[in-house]
Design a binder for this molecule. Structure first.
Ligand code: FES
Length: 231
């Protein structure tokens, strides 16, 4: 058993626990975006930062293992300011309409909590994919938390998603490079379940505006009369 203090209050933890795990168990409302307890932590979003006495700078609590005698401060003005700044960077090119349409998404709730407005220059080049019968993709909402990639690989063992390119051009896409329908996806839905923004979503749950419907002129494949119906 290890001993630490959280905002001055004594707590205990098990060896090997991450700091975020202990803080959440202690009912501290620590914001976290790239964390999903079912997969390995990535430490990418920096929303879970806290101050640990003796550390020269804030640490991401999801990647920090608890040590004996730690003194942790979770919500100082400096920490809250840092979280707001990190959130602002993620929101800078995020579609405001998505926030309005689905305020309950975890990322959107955090924007509201920290008073951060989404918008600015959108990711014009980011793709949407409605090829899959159950899962929709709207990558203009992707904040590169990579939870979809990690849960598909580590939990489901399917390796459908991959991070492509670098820097500003970094994006998540099918590992095979084509549409989701051609990716070998087994429709488990784990990626949609973990996504904190709705960039990957269950099409059956999506608001009508996010469901792409397209009328097309077609001949029934099993008939051959050639009516050319609108379907
Ligand atoms: Fe810890 Fe994202 S939740 S860095």
């Amino acid at each position: 058993m290890l001993h630490l203090t959280i905002d001055g209050v004594p707590h205990t933890a098990q060896p090997g626990d991450t700091l975020l795990h202990v803080l959440l168990a202690a009912r501290r409302d620590i914001p976290h975006l790239c964390h999903d307890q079912r997969v390995r932590p990535a430490g990418g979003c920096r929303m879970c930062v806290v101050e640990v006495e003796g550390e020269p700078r804030p640490v991401s609590s999801c990647t920090t293992i608890v040590a004996e005698g730690m003194a942790v401060r979770t919500a100082t003005p400096a920490i809250e300011s840092l979280r707001r700044t990190n959130l602002s960077l993620l929101a800078a090119r995020y579609p405001a309409a998505a926030v309005e349409a689905e305020p309950e998404q975890p990322f959107h709730r955090l924007l509201a909590r920290y008073g951060v407005t989404a918008g600015g220059a959108p990711w014009q080049e980011r793709y949407a994919d409605d090829s899959h019968p159950y899962l929709g993709v709207a990558m203009d909402r992707c904040i590169s938390c990579n939870r979809c990639v990690r849960i598909c690989d580590e939990l489901q063992g399917q390796f459908v998603w991959q991070v492509w390119q670098r820097g500003e051009r970094t994006h998540v896409g099918s590992a095979l490079g084509g549409s989701l329908a051609d990716s070998g996806c087994v429709s488990c839905g784990a990626c949609a379940d973990t996504c904190p923004t709705g960039a990957i979503f269950d099409r059956r749950d999506a608001p009508a505006a996010a469901t792409v419907t397209q009328w097309t002129r077609s001949t029934c494949v099993y008939c051959g009369v050639g009516c050319q119906m609108d379907v």
